[in-house]
Ligand binder design. Sequence first.
Ligand SMILES: *Cc1c(COP(=O)(O)O)cnc(C)c1O
Length: 417
Amino acid sequence: MTIPFQFFNYKKGHLESDGISMEQIAHQVGTPTYVYSERGFLEPFLELKKGLNPIDHQICFAMKSNSNPSILKLLKKAGSGMDIVSGGELELALRAGVAPSQIVYSGVGKSADEMRRALKAGIYAFNVESQPELNLLNQVALDLKSKAPVSLRFNPDVNPKTHPYISTGLKKNKFGLERREIFSILENLKKLPAIEIWGVSIHIGSQILSLKPFDEAFQKLSELVVKITPLLPMPLRFLDLGGGLGIRYCSSEKPFSIQSYCEKVLKYFGPKQWSGRILVEPGRIITGNAGILVTRVLYRKKRRNKDILIVDAGMNDLMRPALYGSYHEIVPVQQNATRSRLRKTDIVGPVCESSDCFAEGYRFPESIKEGDLLAILSAGAYGFSMSGNYNARPRCAEVLVADHQFKVIRRREVIRY
Ligand SMILES: *Cc1c(COP(=O)(O)O)cnc(C)c1O
């Protein structure tokens, strides 16, 4: 077994981060618990910022990947804006002190109330995904006697070659506007006096491991911009390239580097090609490898051809395996366990669903026993933020490790009997 990332490592036989052992956290905070490394968020963020430094840019962190208030504050302090997808996220971003002028609002189903609140707050732009949404936004802005800054979300019809549930830029997906829809909107723009078209955005999917789909999408976006510019009452101010940069969940995955992504951005939208601003909306690349889920083994069920390890974390805590069949590497917190014989093992949660399974037919140390701690790796993105209360299970705690210390950044929910 290899640990595919650098923020959690074995030291003196224990899995630790920045000198803090997972054993100690589990002892004081209990399990299951999400543990994050502050460096884990900042390193990729700063690398992206550095790579985009040659151009006028704004990073808008896709906060749906992890919206813990302490983490939002951390990223805001490092210079991040936010990409939000609901009124609830708007509220969280504002409470974290993010400037409204650094917030963009994505999503196919914004309600009138959500639009009103975001307009009043003065956000940077709405990424609009349909004609009826644009019509409603126009009405809401008219009622408020204001103007709505808009970027049109273009669906470039490229295949990101990722899981079908997380591809968003194909014609068949519900997201974005087709080319002809964009032209039709622009032809009828005079009927929407409160709408100002400031930008065009794309977001083609998530966990993308090759630069090729980005290359294709950037190309199509550049062509579109040339075609629509003459139709606009004023020049575009920005292009929003979305997120989707993939991370390493297992040792066989080889994602492209952040630097090479930035080079691709510069190739299409460098100072020579584009004079406006560039926005990016990264989520997973910032949060994914910054967090793990620490869980305790409750039982080992011995079967003839495989064993089943039942742990205290369930699909309500980390839904990705149940929702997408996605892979997470799982390692023992005590390193000596990794030296024992391996046995075919399923690692499952306590929730009453067969899909509540973190690993099936995994080759896992036979010596792991009841009471031992395990770490489910690369769980910082779409982990806690997707968690819920199914089976009336309380949501788990979140802990942040920084400067050789740890603090609880969300307390465990408790059941009051
Ligand atoms: C989810 C989402 C993102 C972030 O995607 P990642 O794969 O986590 O980088 C960015 N933009 C939009 C519009 C999204 O819906």
